[in-house]
Design a protein around this ligand. Structure first.
Ligand code: GDP
Ligand code: MN
Length: 503
């Protein structure tokens, strides 16, 4: 879930005609003072951080003068909220609140429909107080059930103009959510002012991760709910996910050091939501600290799994690489095996690897994966759906305990000597190299056999059997061909894949 800051949410609301307090963002005490002067001195200074209950944290200050605004900003900037350092505050017009209401739209997953939650008393901490809130039905297209809304407001103690303003706020909350594919939009408080105006005094919006790319105007850098500012590797991983929509790839860094008493820091690679979680628990229960959470699933391309592995292995200090997923995946597991095999070979891996590739064609997947072990110093073991995560986590622990090579140090990926001079073709996100000079009859036959119809034999050498345009999207097939030729002792194909920011 991607979250917007309060002022961004308010911008969406005011764009729909809903009244919000005037104000602006300040990133320094100077800017806060200037913003306060523009508002006439008295104002509210608020931390912009993804949390509720800022008031209780000292993140909301009602001040009388611009100098006080400056001091409040100086105190708030740099404040730590969770793992985030506050780097901006909102300086806003002070409003005289007579009554606080609460309105939110959220997606009811069980009902598979949007709902409006409306409470006629709101304010900081309403979640904990659990004040009677009314749940209103919504049509996904038309919005709130108007008859139901009118009924609720009629039975309330609000005046007629207040009822109309609240009804309009409810409609606009829905409209904002629908236009930006939000999972939730919340106004707390929706404030009725002493002069009768109704304004949104606070706003929280979360956007569906899978919709973020359709809304570049929101300026969301990473469509993930992270509990820390995005790291360099997380940004790199996110770009990989954005550039390749085959399957999904999620990556979050969690620890850079093993916890005290831990058996070591593990590069974790899950495959398939629930299975990933179970596997993560298994490795944690076996006494390890995971460096990262990663999930590649939904039929990911070999290229995507390759890039995921490279990113995981950019973390220093790992004692091993542990992969495990749902175990009953219907997609052919060997595509993931090819991606992993390529990454492990390029990095000349020397830490233990345990990977469970359960599901369709798992025998072939395990065979491909384990064959890399012959070309690198690492012990690499593959497992199948009948091997429970707990068992393979124990096996991983035994391998790590017996390993003599020590911690992983990040390193450059190796490439064959012919890269740079051999025949090459451009593909999406990289280049494929073909070492024609080394292609005897046997190597040529191997390229053709494992080339998925992309190559045939001409004058005893492999030649493109498809147009160069068609070749572009065949990165996964080419990775398979590369790995198979290396396995067959004829390493004449190499797929060079870019990972923006990593190389
Ligand atoms: P939160 O604690 O993170 O939810 O931050 P809010 O922005 O909702 O502010 C918390 C509370 O501060 C609100 O519920 C109001 O009671 C109060 N507050 C915020 N802005 C104003 C304002 O302009 N005038 C007045 N009188 N109170 C305000
Ligand atoms: Mn609030």
């Amino acid at each position: 879930m991607a979250r917007l800051h309060e002022f961004e949410g308010k911008r969406l609301l005011s764009g729909r005609g809903l009244e919000v307090p005037r104000g602006s963002i300040a990133c320094s005490p100077d800017e806060a003072e200037a913003a306060a002067i523009a508002l006439g001195g008295a104002c509210v200074v608020k931390v912009q951080a993804w949390t509720t209950g800022r008031k209780a944290l000292g993140g909301v200050a009602l001040v009388e003068t611009a100098r006080e605004a400056r001091h409040a900003a100086a105190r708030m900037l740099g404040m730590q909220v969770g793992n985030f350092a506050v780097d901006r505050v909102l300086v806003e017009e002070r409003v005289e609140i007579a009554r606080e209401l609460f309105v939110s739209m959220y997606i009811d997953d069980a009902a598979r429909a949007p709902r409006i939650l409306l409470s006629l008393s709101g304010g900081s901490g309403v979640e904990a107080r659990g004040d009677a809130a009314m749940r209103l039905e919504c049509d996904p297209l038309d919005g709130v059930n108007e008859a139901e809304l009118a009924g609720v407001l009629r039975r309330s103690d609000l005046s007629e103009p207040e009822r109309e303003a609240v009804a309009e706020a409810v409609r606009q909350v829905f409209a904002v959510a629908r236009a930006h594919e939000a999972r939730s939009v919340e106004i707390n408080p929706l404030a009725i002012l002493r002069d009768g105006r109704v304004v949104a005094a606070d706003c929280r919006v979360t956007i569906d991760d899978y919709a973020v790319f359709r809304h570049p105007d929101l300026g969301i850098e990473i469509a993930r709910e992270l509990d820390h500012p995005p790291t360099v590797l997380e940004r790199i991983a996110y770009r990989v996910e954005q550039a390749d929509h085959r399957g999904t790839f999620y990556f979050a860094q969690l620890n850079t050091k093993p916890e005290i008493g831990s058996k070591g820091l593990v590069g974790f690679h899950g495959a398939g939501g629930g299975g990933s979680m179970m596997s993560m628990d298994a490795i944690t229960n076996a006494g390890f600290t995971i460096a990262n959470f990663c999930d590649t699933s939904g039929n990911p391309s070999a290229a995507k799994v390759y890039r995921a592995a490279r990113i995981i292995l950019s973390q220093p200090g790992l004692c091993g690489y542990f992969g495990s997923g749902s175990g009953v995946a219907s997609q052919e597991q060997f595509w993931s095996a090819y991606g992993l095999a390529k990454a492990f070979w390029e990095l000349n891996l020397d830490i233990p690897v345990v990977i469970r590739l359960g599901g369709n064609a798992e025998d072939r997947a395990v065979e491909i994966l384990e064959s890399v072990g012959a070309t690198v110093p690492a012990t690499i073991e593959g497992y199948r759906k009948d091997d429970p995560p707990r068992k393979i986590a124990d096996r991983f622990a035994a391998l790590v305990a017996g390993s003599v090579r020590g911690e992983w140090r990040s390193r450059r990926a190796r490439v064959p000597a012919f890269v740079g001079s051999a025949r090459s073709y451009a593909i999406n996100g990289g280049t494929v190299w073909l070492d024609e000079a080394s292609c005897d009859a046997e190597a040529t036959a191997m390229v053709v056999r494992h080339g998925a119809g992309l190559f045939d034999s001409r004058e005893g050498r492999p030649a493109l059997a498809v147009g160069e345009d068609e070749l572009r999207s065949k990165d996964s097939e080419l990775i398979a061909c590369e790995v198979e030729c290396r396995r067959g002792g004829r390493p004449v194909v190499f797929v060079e894949l870019e990972i923006e920011g990593l190389d």
